[in-house]
Write a protein that binds this ligand. Structure first.
Ligand SMILES: Cc1ncc(COP(=O)(O)O)c(C=O)c1O
Length: 423
């Protein structure tokens, strides 16, 4: 198959008119398909339905006899900490259990930093002159929005298959105004890449000019493997301790994509110094989070092993959707107009079309009834400088809808590339 760059003008014109005819046929169908939402569909949610049947009516006490119907236990039930610790290789004593959203814990952590500083700060961050934050791109729009809302200048660093471009990160952190970095270290949103051991070590050991630099380690997809053939992520706490830098790490995750998004359990893990500083303010914020939901999750899973097999059940459903998506993309192989990632877990595929055509692909898809995540969403300030990246979220639509949506996406990619090359 010829790459599009090798086509003559006459060949491009002929192909464009053929493809346009097919595209118009799809458009005439009046479809309404959605590849934009990183949400589980109902068949994935059904896998967690047992959680709705956990009956706490006659036994609502934790293992230590805490009555979970009542106030108390600011940092969460010990058995919930153990479950997270066992499944994500953490120390239970490092964990603070939160409410239903890890994003909220991240927002709170940075709000506290602005108002009070973090452990090691000389002053609240909001009293410092100009603050900067490293955003690994393409990345998660809601992360970027938090730091944008709080007034940080957002600095983009490229995501490589090994994680952030560490040469660039190490250069940037020599600036004391650079206070932190967003990281989704495993099956990153949207590339699906997992940080290499070397990247984790460099993050844990790098010399930061800001004494209170923080790594926001959002391990949202830490246990979201499709099968036993999975990516491995190095233990950032263990490695940062080797360099005396354990206070640098704020670790987050949740069961949002393990059980029910919006109705799960989130947690934060941090060093003792950090936890002491945080607890002071957390105690002013709440009397405690929802222990009944913690108890329900603990009773539903029982052990980390059971949680692991639950994740493999979920992973099998999601993998099928990824396989369908990627099999459709493969028709673009060799045309040199698109590239994509093929993750072994997580929720997203990163799709790069010919530079300068992502907005056009988005528009073509939209007018044929396919909604994609907005172009630019994966970059700070919503601007993709290369106009190339699209985030594909294949978990929500039915398999049939993915097939249709992908046909339209592939067509749109080809049409936009031909327009760019000249017709
Ligand atoms: C990387 C990442 N972090 C956090 C979240 C949201 O997590 P939560 O529901 O725990 O707030 C998402 C959801 O898509 C995500 O992709």
């Amino acid at each position: 198959m010829k790459s599009y760059n090798e086509l003559t003008l006459a060949e491009r014109r002929e192909l464009y008119s053929e493809l346009s005819a097919v595209y118009e046929e799809y458009r005439a169908k009046g479809l309404s398909l959605d590849l934009s939402r990183g949400k589980p569909n109902s068949s994935q949610l059904d896998i967690s339905n047992g959680l709705l049947k956990v009956d706490l009516s006659s036994d609502h006490a934790s293992e230590q006899g805490i009555d979970c119907r009542n106030y108390g236990v600011l940092d969460g039930l010990p058995e919930m900490k153990k479950l997270f610790a066992d499944s994500m290789c953490l120390d239970p004593s490092d964990i603070i259990i939160g409410g239903n959203s890890s994003l909220q814990l991240m927002y709170d952590a940075l709000m506290r930093a602005m108002l009070f500083g973090v452990y090691g700060s000389k002053a609240p961050w909001s009293q410092e002159d100009k603050l900067k934050w490293i955003c690994v791109t393409p990345g998660y729009d809601r992360h970027f929005r938090i730091t944008e809302t709080l007034g940080f200048e957002l600095i983009s660093v490229n995501m490589l298959p090994t994680g952030p471009d560490m040469d660039e990160v190490e250069r940037l952190v020599k600036d004391p105004k650079v206070k932190g970095i967003w990281c989704v270290p495993k099956y990153s949103n949207p590339t699906g890449y997992t940080y290499s051991d070397e990247t984790v070590r460099r993050l844990a050991s790098m010399k930061c000019a800001a004494p209170d630099f923080r790594i926001m380690w959002d391990n949202a997809y830490g246990i979201h493997d499709f099968s036993e053939d999975k990516d491995e992520l190095a233990d950032i706490f263990a490695i940062s301790k080797e360099y005396g830098n354990e206070d640098r790490v704020f670790y987050f995750s949740s069961t949002s994509k393990v059980t029910f998004p919006g109705s799960g359990i989130a947690f934060m893990a941090a060093s003792e110094n950090n936890r002491k500083q945080i607890s002071k303010y957390l105690g002013a914020q709440t009397i405690g989070y929802d222990k009944l939901n913690q108890l329900r999750h603990v009773r539903f899973f029982g052990t980390a092993e059971k949680m692991h097999s639950h994740m493999l059940n979920l992973g099998a459903v999601i993998k099928q959707k990824f396989d369908i998506t990627i099999s459709k993309l493969k028709v673009l192989s060799g045309l040199e107009i698109a590239e994509w990632t093929e993750p072994r877990g997580g929720y997203f595929i990163s799709y790069n079309v010919m530079p300068g055509t992502a907005k056009r692909v988005y528009e073509l898809c939209r007018s044929a009834g396919v909604t994609l995540t907005e172009v630019g969403a994966t970059f700070p300030y919503g601007i993709d400088p290369a106009d190339s990246n699209l985030r594909l979220a294949p978990t929500y639509p039915s398999d049939e809808d993915i097939l249709l949506a992908m046909d339209i996406l592939v067509l749109s990619t080809k049409l936009a590339a031909l327009e760019k090359l000249g017709i």
